[in-house]
Design a protein around this ligand. Structure first.
Ligand code: ARG
Length: 263
């Protein structure tokens, strides 16, 4: 079972727009967001995951989306360089948490944007890294060097799927779930070549963040409203836990964005 880092939604709100899902005119309902986040926390605990908490800080409303803090391998972390000023101030708090936990911290050069697990996911033995919106293509080489593992870069082409984890989800043994139209043709070919089997998500379910799922052993925690993807996962012996995520989708995130995998 995994260890995950979550950040309570105390200061969560939509007060700027840095992706097409966000509209300052469409405020998330705070009480509902708190309930949805608690539902995720409880589900992960019930599955046996160890959940660590990052203290939320006022002024950083997207801090709930811990997947963007960096990428973690054992006791090492490669910290993010956020593309947007609106999120850059989260990094010192991420660094502080990892320092306190005795992690070895690495950073990319300041000029390279990199948004952590949002754009870097391991599929089988290969890291898949997304670029096009938040992470610079040049940053991928740093991820490959830091992990010492094979890495493949793919270009994201649909701004609604601006992070890799919004359109791609590695499962076990080279099986993955994805929304292919979010990638350019070369990226699609690369993902097909790496994966043993791909579960394709429909546009409707992709827009309900079906791919933004947390995998732990044979459990999948994903947003509700994705019956087709759920059925395909259940057909491959996964236990699916569908959760309401409406208030986080208003900021362009769902289950996976709310959790950083620590090990
Ligand atoms: N509002 C946040 C942003 O635009 C959402 C982040 C979602 N995170 C993710 N890993 N896809 O940065």
């Amino acid at each position: 079972m995994n260890r995950m880092l979550l950040c309570p939604p105390d200061f969560y709100e939509v007060r700027y727009e840095i992706n097409p899902w966000m509209s300052v005119a469409q405020a998330p309902d705070h009480a509902v967001a708190v309930r949805q986040w608690q539902g995720l926390y409880d589900t992960l605990q019930d599955m046996g995951c160890k959940v660590e908490l990052l203290m939320p800080r006022p002024g950083w409303p997207d801090m709930v989306f811990t997947a963007n803090a960096g990428v973690v391998r054992e006791r090492r972390v490669l910290l993010s360089n956020f593309r947007h000023e609106e999120r850059a101030g989260e990094s010192p708090w991420h660094a502080q948490w990892f320092e306190e936990q005795d992690y070895e911290i690495s950073r990319l050069p300041r000029h390279l944007a990199f948004e952590g697990e949002g754009d870097a996911l391991k599929c089988g033995d290969v890291w898949i890294c997304g670029h096009g919106f938040r992470t610079d293509e040049e940053a991928h080489r740093w991820v490959g060097d830091w992990t010492h593992e094979p890495m493949v870069s793919v270009r994201l082409v649909d701004s609604h799927f601006y992070h890799l984890d919004t359109c791609f989800c590695p499962l076990r043994d080279g099986l993955a779930m994805w929304y292919p139209a979010a990638f350019d043709a070369i990226g699609q070919d690369a993902i097909r070549a790496i994966s043993r089997e791909l579960i394709e998500v429909t546009l409707d379910e992709a827009r309900r963040f079906a791919c933004n799922a947390i995998i732990s052993d044979s459990h999948v925690v994903m947003p509700d409203g994705c019956p087709k993807a759920s059925a395909m996962l259940e057909g491959r012996d996964y236990a699916v836990h569908p959760l309401p995520m409406s208030e986080f989708i208003k900021a362009g995130g769902a289950c996976k964005c709310l959790a950083l995998v620590l090990e």
